[in-house]
Design a protein around this ligand. Structure first.
Ligand code: SF4
Length: 462
């Protein structure tokens, strides 16, 4: 995965104007579907409040609920493993696969396994991992990372899918018919399901009270993936926990409506222990989450149910594409989670935001996303991770704005420069600001001068 900063990677995406425009429209379409679903439920805001409270409560008693979940899942016959980080998670998966000499794995969509880079880890060990969600399979065949947590191939056009399938699945060249392509993928994946030695799934919700798991998909691929092989490995971040089964009535209603504008996900599969004759292993992964739990500023981000609504509405995400973030989870929530792991590497992400607050408005669990992004900006400055090109002008501006006289002089100079300087003085390669912006026409007078004229006119009229 690329580690360059957001502006450079966004520039690559924006360079293809037609794609950027189409991407923006496609996500806005999903956002509008979500809006229609939200307004169709009179109790929508109440659901959001309740979901937020349940998650906050769970985070505040996380250790107790995790232990309760382990006890109950074990009673049901599952084996619970604890992983402090991605490396430990991957090692546990590998050891389970090695025990049964598994060589072919089918995996349903799991952002946690993406976060842990499980696929390349297992492939290095000679194990074939097939992502069975259609969008994930498309990006996997193209050797790309998902660009969205719910719609992993939203950046790819059907013509490109056709080319990819022609190369890997030997479909007819140039046949872009979505039904034809989906059928080809279905046939291809069925062979993989039948041959699989083990199935790996993510987890949308884990219930402390029962020890059960819920996995939501629209394609039924999680169910098929764990129904045929004997070994089911479920990988979950510890924040996926909810205290009671009744809490699902809140979260399942919010999740699909917020994610894709559906009333409910097509398959909400409940797993309570292993299937007869099979094994269920559940891996509880921390990977930085308990650090977030200890942070009063950013703890709220653990409420996230990964619906993707904040991405669909974000004007920056829609126009810059998910890959520009260089993280597993992109968009507003990704720009909060990534710096909490490595603020130096991801220091540009909190600035990939207009602070419009649209993400906060749509978030089903009421995470104050744009406030947390603003907090991160301050945190990155405090840690001395801002480039001098940002800190120096800000210091100068702060100093200048403390003196009304100096502010007036600099304003007058600025207005004169804008009127008389040649265009290239602003719009040149060294000033990225001017790349896609036009300065407003310079006014002849400052606001203060206009105000004084207005006041003296008012006085003379009286
Ligand atoms: S932060 Fe909120 S809107 Fe964004 S993915 Fe998480 S739950 Fe959904």
């Amino acid at each position: 995965m690329k580690t360059a900063q957001h502006p450079e990677q966004a520039a690559e995406f924006v360079a293809n104007d037609a794609r950027a425009h189409w991407h923006d429209q496609a996500l806005w379409f999903v956002r509008e579907k979500r809006d229609r679903m939200a307004v169709s439920l009179p109790e929508w805001e109440q659901l959001r409040d309740t979901a937020s409270q349940i998650k906050l409560h769970t985070v505040s008693r996380m250790a107790d609920y995790l232990e309760e979940f382990e006890r109950n899942a074990t009673k049901l016959g599952a084996v619970v493993h604890w992983a402090k980080d991605a490396q430990e998670h991957n090692e546990i998966v590998l050891s389970l696969l090695k025990k049964i000499d598994a060589k072919r794995i089918v995996k349903s969509k799991s952002m946690l396994t993406e976060e842990c880079h499980l696929n390349p880890f297992l492939e290095e060990q000679g194990i074939e991992v097939v992502d069975t969600d259609l969008g994930e399979r498309i990006v996997q065949l193209r050797k790309e990372a998902p660009s969205h947590i719910v719609l992993p191939a939203i950046h790819i056009k059907k013509e490109e899918v056709s080319e990819t399938f022609h190369e890997h699945l030997q479909t007819e060249a140039g046949n872009n018919d979505p039904n034809y392509l989906t059928e080809a993928a279905r046939n291809h994946l069925r062979e993989k399901f039948v041959a699989a030695d083990a199935g790996i799934t993510g987890v949308n919700f884990a219930i402390a009270e029962t020890g059960g798991l819920v996995v939501c998909t629209n394609e039924g691929n999680a169910d098929l993936g764990v129904s045929l092989p004997k070994l089911h490995i479920a990988c979950m971040g510890i924040e996926k926990l909810v205290p009671k089964a009744a809490d699902l009535s809140v979260f399942l209603r919010l999740l699909a409506r917020s994610a894709t504008g559906q009333p409910i996900t097509t398959y909400s599969s409940h797993f309570h222990g292993p299937r007869p004759g099979g094994e269920l292993h559940i891996i509880l992964v921390d990977n930085g989450r308990s650090n977030l739990m200890g942070s009063s500023q950013f703890r709220n981000s653990l409420k996230c149910i990964r619906c993707g609504a904040c991405m669909n509405t974000c004007p920056v995400y829609r126009r810059s594409g998910g890959h520009s973030y260089g993280t597993t989870v992109p968009g507003p929530i990704g720009s909060i989670l990534a710096p909490s792991r490595d603020s130096k590497q991801h220091k540009s992400l909190p600035f990939a935001c207009t602070l419009c607050g649209s993400c906060t408005d749509v978030c089903p669990v009421k995470i104050d996303l744009h406030h947390e992004l603003l907090e991160w900006r301050g945190e990155i400055r405090k840690r001395g991770q801002l480039p001098i090109s940002k800190t120096l002008p800000m210091k100068f501006t702060s100093w200048m704005m403390q003196s009304p006289w100096l502010f007036g002089v600099v304003g007058a100079i600025g207005r004169w420069c804008l009127r008389h300087f040649p265009r290239w003085a602003i719009y040149h390669g060294l000033n990225p600001w001017g790349k896609q912006r036009e300065m407003p026409e310079s006014p002849k007078q400052s606001f203060r001068e206009l105000y004084q004229i207005h006041e003296s006119k008012k006085a003379s009229d009286e």
